[in-house]
Design a protein around this ligand. Sequence first.
Ligand SMILES: [Zn+2]
Length: 373
Amino acid sequence: MPLTDHQLEDSDLLPFMNRPCRDIPDDNIRAGALIRHQLDPDSGWSRLIDNMRTFSQNENTIVNVAGIPIHISLNITRTPSLTANTFEKSKGRFSVPNCFLCNLDKKQRGVLTLDDRYLILANPGVTMPGDLTIASVGHEKQLIAGHFNDMIKLAEKLYGYSIFFNGALAGASSPHFHFQAGVKDSLIGEGQLDSILRGNKPGDVQLIKLTDRDDPAVFLIENFLRPCFICDTKKAESLAHFFDFFQDILFQSNKKISGIPNVPDFGQHIEPLDMIESEPRMNILLKYYPESGLYRAALFPKVYNRPSFYFNDGDNQIILGMAIKEALGHLITCRKGDYDKLTQRPELVRRAYADTSLRHDEILFISNLIKKF
Ligand SMILES: [Zn+2]
């Protein structure tokens, strides 16, 4: 069954839309109705229904790590993506028969968007209720090249959501091109970033403005456990232009990722994509505010998605994958022992960020080049 055969029309979604929304549905309203459709005992998708039931039993703790609150959850609905080693082990070539986004479950449904080039789906690995996976309709590779403008358009259309992207060796769990989305500002780090940009400084956080002009305004956030670059602009074309510039610099920097234990050297052949690594490693958040016209992008440069203790044996192993949601302060564990270790020893959280983020000297190298933007 091709991906497009899983689509729902507005007429299918109507019973799942709140009454005032029915007259002028947009993609935000469709996405909300899609989740209700997929959770419905009659029409729904059993995997999502089961996972939402499990989700309600999650354990959650907020841990203070060097003055920065980090949310740690024990969430077994995320086990498949947490343990996915799609980009770690040699697995068959980039092919449709092996692809879970090309082979959706029978009752899995979605909403087409962006000229029918993407299908919005419920994300069964629930970090927060309402989470979405937005998959390209064709079996395209997980490369942001040629897709960043789509990310901007999705942020505009899904303005009630934060749009996420994970690069291939930075935490993506499928080689088939996809974004994720979550209800805007539901992850702890999203509010922290906004607060820092308003001038608040939790812990030893530093906010450094790298550009003279105010649009685009580019900032570096330091001492936040993981370095983060922010680009604020009211012009979509300025954001796309800055992103190209940033990607080029980060690519130059990533060439130095070499000889780190358990971390693949940059630029090797990536078996699941059947190509040489061609893009720098990063996690991206993009939000759009229709009331002010502001686009806010947060870019997290990465070395890899697995911290060093992931590779330990036996009791010393902690299963953790550092992708965009972790960059936004929400760490997901799927074993009680791992959850207990991380909640009791904040220094392990600090290490997980330090192991997987780009090193400080490289952040300075990138920052100095951004000053010339
Ligand atoms: Zn596919």
